[in-house]
Design a protein around this ligand. Structure first.
Ligand code: ARG
Length: 613
């Protein structure tokens, strides 16, 4: 089953090919003048040079070849050689019925399914999240759903930041502050003989009584702040990090507890946002692979000594940049910078875990593609990691891709912060959006007759749609300003507008069901019906484009245009009061197909619609 755009594109391309013009030039696009045509092909202009003929002559040839195509009501030349096509009502009706009956609502799958890992969100133990993590979760979740929908086998991995310096900071802070922890750590300096798994469980449980999530939230910023100025404190935290990574038993238990506490809270918050992971692996999971990897890199001659550290050079000959030295002079150095694998203190770095994680993923899932949905500010880091991985043969060229994004800014144009000036807490952000949603619902007189529970559920869905749609309706590379007032209106290109339109169709369908009105075959007649069906037809192209460009905004755009087309249709073509049963049944089915496609598109964006409002 293919969409009309593609079917017509193939027919046009075949005609162009007969003139020796590359089929890609014959591509068909939705017309920019819907009053004149549904689709157009501009290939005659581009193909004129190749074919050595004037554009109008080429266009005439193609028009003659296409005349009589049963999908077309008319095909004509306009201007210099544009080819304008109008689809026949019969073809539109066939396509509409096909979409209505299709589970995938007209969108096809990729031909070759791949195994793909999406690495997204990347929250850290105890370290508060910032807007980069929020955007990574929203965009990554959508990309994961889009990839899965297109037929790939996809795993989403949170890649939990559970292994760096922040762990050493927390260990030191907990030891200083909590006598129980200090005593325990002293007792467990080395793995004590006779300490069983059950003993470990018991200790973990006890730790739960002494260190809560609130403690972690408080301790981390304090410790991080102190380490900035207090050298001795920082050294202790570094040492604790190294000892933890070296396997010190007591620290491992304490660390396990930090990880558990953080993870439970984070998973809950992500879930509230409709973000759920298939894998919740941590940076620590790559640790057992690091020693072997370092040996292997060494053996392959990739590891180079550099001022006491060991690095992999990733710049190709001639790739350089100018670097300013402390004395003000400039030197030319290779660019990108080398990847730091082992620090001068002997520790594994952020890039080291990323490289080892590629190996871990290869062992467990052998992905053909790993997409890293992470803040654009980490672009250089990923460039280094990917190049090192390709050099070492850990991934096939092109098998690793960073999908970066801009920032969500506050009204001051800087990365968004909460009113108190702190970094955002997912929970507070959702609650802020929920409060605004309640207000908007009340203003619009919606949901007043509902039970409080249902009202709350709706407010929550409106809030999530607000946050997600505001983010996903922009191309991911662009930064945007967080404006809750604008994002929550029921008019305009917003999440709440789309939910409202979906709910409106649901209520029409409910009413029809109650009144025993039955659907029947779609027969496209009115201009507003044509427009709506052409929009339904465009869904497949939107999903393909979102997939190819890893850019959910193409689906967000489609959902918005579809909702608008429905509004126009519903204003022009009454359903329940239509003249005949056949028209009523046809429009009803069209309405249902629209709802299903709209809900599917929203689902790909990670947005759920309520039953009513
Ligand atoms: N935890 C990291 C951070 O907060 C993000 C992790 C991104 N994923 C990765 N494979 N490096 O910056």
């Amino acid at each position: 089953m293919t969409d009309l755009k593609r079917t017509l594109g193939e027919a046009a391309a075949a005609a162009f090919a007969e003139l020796g013009i590359p089929p890609t030039l014959g591509r068909v696009t939705p017309s920019d003048r819907p009053d004149l045509a549904d689709f157009q092909s501009n290939g005659a202009m581009a193909g004129a040079k190749v074919a050595g003929k004037p554009p109008r002559e080429i266009a005439q040839y193609v028009v003659d070849r296409l005349a009589g195509d049963p999908n077309l009501a008319s095909v004509e030349i306009a201007g210099l050689g544009f080819i304008n096509m109008r689809v026949s009502p019969a073809a539109l009706s066939v396509r509409a019925n096909e979409i209505a009956a299709d589970d995938r609502k007209g969108a096809v799958e990729v031909e070759d399914s791949r195994r793909v890992i999406i690495d997204y969100a990347g929250p850290n133990v105890a370290k508060p999240m910032h807007v980069g993590h929020l955007r990574a979760s929203i965009i990554g979740e959508a990309v994961k759903r889009i990839y899965r929908f297109r037929g790939d086998v996809v795993l989403g991995d949170a890649h939990f930041g559970d292994w760096g310096f922040q762990m050493g900071l927390l260990i030191v802070a907990a030891m200083d502050e909590i006598p129980f922890v200090r005593a325990l750590m002293e007792r467990l300096v080395t793995a004590p003989g006779g300490f069983s798994e059950a003993d470990s469980q018991r200790v973990l449980q006890e730790l739960g009584n002494h260190i809560t999530l609130a403690d972690l939230d408080r301790m981390y910023p304090e410790a991080a702040g102190r380490a900035k100025t207090d050298v001795e404190y920082r050294d202790r935290a570094r040492k604790a990090t190294a000892e933890l990574q070296g396997g010190r038993f007591g620290y491992r238990l304490l660390w396990k507890h930090f990880v558990n506490v953080s993870r439970v809270a984070l998973e809950r918050e992500f879930h509230a946002l409709g973000v759920d992971f298939d894998l919740w692996k941590g940076e620590s999971d790559a640790d057992p692979l690091i020693a072997g990897m370092v040996d292997e890199l060494q053996a392959k001659g990739l590891l180079v000594e550099d001022q006491g550290a060991r690095v992999v050079h990733v710049a190709r000959p001639g790739e350089t940049k100018k670097k300013k030295l402390e004395d003000g002079s400039t030197v030319t150095v290779p660019s990108p910078d080398p990847l730091l694998v082992v620090s001068s203190e002997g520790s594994a770095m952020y890039g080291t875990t990323d490289l080892a994680t590629i190996l871990d993923r290869r062992k467990s899932f052998d992905p053909q593609l790993i997409l890293y949905c992470v803040d654009q500010r980490q672009a250089d880091h990923f460039e280094q990691v990917f190049r090192a991985a390709y050099l070492a043969g850990y991934a096939a060229p092109g098998g690793l891709e960073h999908i970066g994004f801009g920032t969500m800014n506050g009204p001051d144009g800087k990365p968004f912060k909460t009113r108190e000036g702190g970094v955002l807490k997912l929970h507070d952000l959702i609650e802020m959006a929920r409060e605004k949603a309640r207000e908007r619902l009340r203003e619009a007189g919606l949901g007043s007759e509902l039970e409080p529970d249902e009202f709350e559920e709706i407010a929550h869905k409106v809030a999530v749609s607000t946050l997600k749609f505001a983010d996903l309706s922009n191309y991911r590379g662009t930064s945007y300003i967080f404006d809750l007032d604008r994002f929550t209106t029921f008019e305009g290109k917003t999440g709440p507008y789309l939910l409202f339109q979906a709910v409106r169709i649901k209520s029409i369908l409910r009413r029809a069901r109650n009144e025993g009105v039955e659907e029947s075959k779609i027969s496209v007649k009115e201009p507003a019906e044509r427009e709506l069906v052409l929009m339904l037809d465009a869904f497949g192209a939107a999903t393909a484009e979102a997939y190819d460009k890893k850019a959910p905004n193409f689906i967000a755009d489609h959902a918005f245009k579809l909702a608008q087309a429905f509004s126009k249709f519903y204003a022009a073509c009454p359903i329940m009061s239509a003249e005949t049963d056949a028209i009523r049944g046809s429009r009803l089915r069209l309405a249902r197909a629209t709802l299903e496609q709209l809900e599917l598109a929203l689902d790909l964006l990670g947005i759920e619609t309520p039953e009513r409002m």
